[in-house]
Each structure stands twice: as structure tokens, then as C-alpha cells.
Design a binder for this molecule. Structure first.
Ligand SMILES: [Zn+2]
Length: 460
């Protein structure tokens, strides 16, 4: 254990994303690479993604209010959602009907950015989990297929939305296409939502629906602006992963906030553990030339997105976004001003980049949906003061855990640094002081797939 606290790398004067990646410890490399997941990732096609984004842009506008415009055919958000559904249906036919292709339809009443009642339709495909005891556990990938231009209310003008967010929609579709060739113990949902630009309406409705139906949503990957805009300053080797630190339930509970304050748990929300799992999937399944960059805030500064609708229902949810956004290419009418092209056009999208984002999503979904449920009632035993640390937990009810692992990191480290396999025991003592590190426990199956880690509660 010597050196755990000692090795302090000097800060690089140039904190480029690459430099930050190299500084990220992320030393945990216990989980084995699954050849089946690797094979699934090889199925991801930049060419198919190019076709999908081109098709979505071809509807001219996917502005949510364009659902009320009936005079055009092959135009507008209603045509776009029909096409998305037809894609999911085609993937399902290709896997012998393995996907349940569905729509979540509701009428959004008049509100700030919705001047008249408007039908909103979320289109999604479910790949049911194969293990009855895991099938209620869900991992979900989403993107919003609605678009907008300079005017939030313009339902008739061009709104190509190639990057924002045909790119994220294409990621959801591509994950469905490649992962539907396989089966997983837990359930996967491939979602595309509308109403995002008008106020996250589609995702709010869908997150509430999942809650109402009793799904155990363990991870939501929201891909919004993952086109890798080909402007100077872009770093095509990096996708940012934003995660909240303080949950909605903590905000509503003084006791929970007190516990977080007392234990220093600000950086161990379920969403943050999910972001660390994405980092781990990146290390195992993606080349060093493309890796996630963890951002420990809910979203870009003062901004928001669909993952927050899931966070508000108590679900772990993160946002993936390209490294550097070009604001001339978002929420802009298509035009040229003083020689500068504005508008969210297909020609600015880097399809190889979107394919890498899709691989990162697919690897994370496949790894987590293959893993056992996380251990239950994880405790740090604190009856007596001592410099060793003893943790105890319960095996998950799905009976699929083949071993457990204790993870820990320095209190100032962003990601797990140490892992100790402890076999099938449900209690372990580690010669490290609980005062100096953050601990967690995860369950691992016989093939080496690891669950999301769970941080312990103190047990006196
Ligand atoms: Zn967006």
C-alpha cells in the first residue's frame, strides 16, 4: 500500500485534454475484456451513421412544433419519427423479433416554448434481459431527434440539427443495431426523444414512465452533440462525460445532505460511479486515440439536457458531448454572414468520431448489462477506531456474482486507483485507513463483467 498517497505527479503546464487523460489515474484494470463485446464494437459503422444523420437531416426540420404542420409530406418531425421507428423495426426483423419497438405518445399542453398543445412522441426499442432476476434492471442510451434553428418557435424553417442532435440519435440507433445481435442478462433500452429543445419534455415524460412502471434504471447515457464538429480547436480524441455530484434526493433530504457533508461523499453519486464505469469501458474497449474525459459537473456551465430529467427521477444519468462545441453550428438559421457559415449542417460532422462515441456507449451498455446486480447493503464497519478498514455487504439477489472486488482511491483522486479481489466472501479487511481513501465494492460475474461500484454506509 506504500506509495498510494506518496506519488504526486507534477502538473503539466499545458493542461490539454490529452494531458488530463494521462493524469487521470484510472489504474483499475481488473475487468477482463470480453471478446463478444469487442466483436459487437467491430459492427459499429461510420458509414451507417453517415446515412442515419443524412436521413434525419433530409426531413428539413425536426422541430417539435412541426408536428402541427400537416401540409407537407416527407417533412417535419412526424416523418422523422416514422423513419426512426422503421429503423428499429428493421433491426428487430434482423434479430428474429428480439426488440420490442414502441412509442411513448402524449400531448404536451401549452407552456413557455409550446404555444399550442402538441403531440410529442418518444420512439424506442427494448432488448429484454434474459435473466428473470435481472430483467427489471435497465441500462439506457438516448439522443433527442428534435431540432431547432435560431427561433425556438420556428416550426417551418430549415433546422437540420445534424450535430444537435441527429448525432446522438444515430448513436442510439447504432447501439440498437449492433447490440441486438447479442443477448444480455439485464434489459437495454435504445431511446430517441422529442421536445428537448422546447424544455426536455420527451425525456421528462419517459423518465416518469420508467419510474411508474417500476424499472430499476441503473444507468442512462445521454448523447447530445456528439458530432465532433470539424472546426479548429476540436479534439477528436476526446468525448466529455458530464455527471452530477449532488442528487435531487439529497437536495430534498437534510439527513442525506448531512451524511454527504460528514463523509466527504460529494463525488460519489450514482451518476459519478456511472461516469467512472464509462472511463473503464473506454480503457478496455477503445483505443488510446479515443477516450472519455470525465467532467464533474451536471452539464456544461449553466446549461442542461435530457439526462437531468432522468436524474430528477433518481436515476444515474450522464451526458456525452464533443470536446469543443462550435456555437455557430448550433441553434442557428442556415446562412452565411461575413463569409462565415452558420447552421447545424451535415458537412461539419465527423462520422468516424460519432462511431467512436457509439462504440464507447455500446461497450458500457454491454459490460454493465452483462454484469451481476451491484452488491447490497454495503457497509464500512466503524465500531472501533483502527487503521485497517473492514467492509461488509450482501450478495446480489440475482445469484450471478462469482466474486467481489473492493475498490479505493485517494480522497482527491477522480477515479478508482486500487482493486482487491476478495472471492465470494461478503466481508473483507483492507490494510488501508478509511480516513484517507474512498472505498466501494462491486460484484463480478464468472466472465469478469463488473457491476457499478457501491460506496459504503458507516455501520457503528
Ligand atoms: Zn441538444
Amino acid at each position: 500500500m506504500a506509495g498510494l498517497m506518496g506519488a504526486v505527479a507534477p502538473l503539466s503546464p499545458l493542461q490539454t485534454p490529452r494531458a488530463r487523460l494521462h493524469h487521470a489515474p484510472g489504474a483499475v484494470a481488473r475487468i477482463k475484456v470480453d471478446p463478444q463485446i469487442r466483436a459487437a464494437l467491430e459492427g459499429v459503422s461510420a458509414e451507417k451513421i453517415r446515412e442515419d444523420i443524412g436521413k434525419l437531416v433530409s426531413f428539413y426540420t425536426r422541430q417539435t412544433l412541426s408536428a402541427n404542420e400537416s401540409e407537407h409530406t416527407g417533412w417535419g418531425i412526424a416523418a422523422a419519427r416514422e423513419w426512426i421507428k422503421s429503423e428499429f423495426d428493421a433491426y428487430s426483423r434482423a434479430c428474429g423479433g428480439c426488440l420490442q419497438v414502441k412509442t411513448d405518445v402524449f400531448v404536451q399542453p401549452k407552456s413557455d416554448r409550446v404555444p399550442q398543445p402538441t403531440q410529442i412522441v418518444n420512439v424506442y426499442a427494448v432488448l429484454p434481459g434474459t435473466n428473470p432476476l435481472d430483467a427489471k434492471r435497465v441500462f439506457l442510451v438516448t439522443g433527442h431527434y428534435d431540432s431547432r434553428n435560431s427561433d425556438t418557435f420556428d416550426a417551418k424553417g430549415a433546422a437540420p440539427g445534424a450535430n444537435d442532435d441527429a448525432s446522438g440519435t444515430a448513436v442510439s440507433l447504432e447501439c440498437a443495431r449492433v447490440l441486438s445481435r447479442y443477448r444480455f442478462p439485464a434489459t437495454l433500452i435504445f431511446l430517441t426523444v422529442a421536445g428537448e429543445e422546447q424544455g426536455l419534455y420527451g425525456s421528462r415524460h419517459f423518465a416518469a414512465l420508467l419510474k411508474e412502471q417500476g424499472w430499476q434504471v441503473e444507468g442512462v447515457l445521454n448523447n447530445d452533440i456528439v458530432g465532433g464538429d470539424k472546426s479548429p480547436g476540436q479534439d477528436p480524441r476526446v468525448v466529455r462525460v458530464f455527471s452530477e455530484g449532488i442528487t435531487a434526493s439529497a437536495l430534498e433530504s437534510a439527513d442525506e445532505l448531512k451524511r454527504i457533508r460528514a463523509l466527504g461523499e460529494e463525488s460519489d453519486s450514482p451518476s459519478r460511479e456511472l461516469s467512472r464505469a464509462i472511463a473503464e469501458a473506454g480503457r478496455h474497449y477503445l483505443p488510446l486515440s479515443f477516450q472519455p474525459l470525465l467532467e464533474f459537473r451536471p452539464d456544461r456551465f449553466l446549461r442542461g439536457g435530457d439526462h437531468m430529467a432522468f436524474n430528477d427521477q433518481g436515476f444515474a444519468a450522464v451526458r456525452l458531448t464533443e470536446f469543443r462545441e462550435n456555437f455557430n453550428h448550433q441553434h442557428q438559421n442556415v446562412r452565411t454572414e461575413n463569409g462565415t457559415e452558420l447552421g447545424d449542417l451535415v458537412k461539419f460532422v465527423d462520422f468516424d468520431y460519432v462511431a467512436n462515441v457509439a462504440r464507447l456507449n455500446a461497450a458500457t451498455l454491454a459490460e454493465l448489462a452483462s454484469a451481476p446486480a451491484p452488491p447490497g447493503k454495503v457497509r464500512l464497519l466503524t465500531k472501533q477506531l483502527e487503521n485497517d478498514s473492514t467492509l461488509a455487504w450482501e450478495a446480489p439477489a440475482d445469484g450471478r456474482a462469482a466474486s467481489f472486488e473492493v475498490l479505493w482511491r485517494d480522497t482527491t483522486a477522480p477515479d478508482w486507483q486500487q482493486v482487491k479481489p476478495v472471492g465470494m466472501q461478503t466481508q473483507a479487511t483492507v490494510p488501508v485507513s478509511k480516513d484517507n481513501v474512498v472505498f466501494a465494492v462491486r460484484a463480478v460475474d464468472a466472465q469478469g463483467h463488473g457491476s457499478l461500484p457501491v460506496v459504503p454506509s458507516p455501520e457503528r
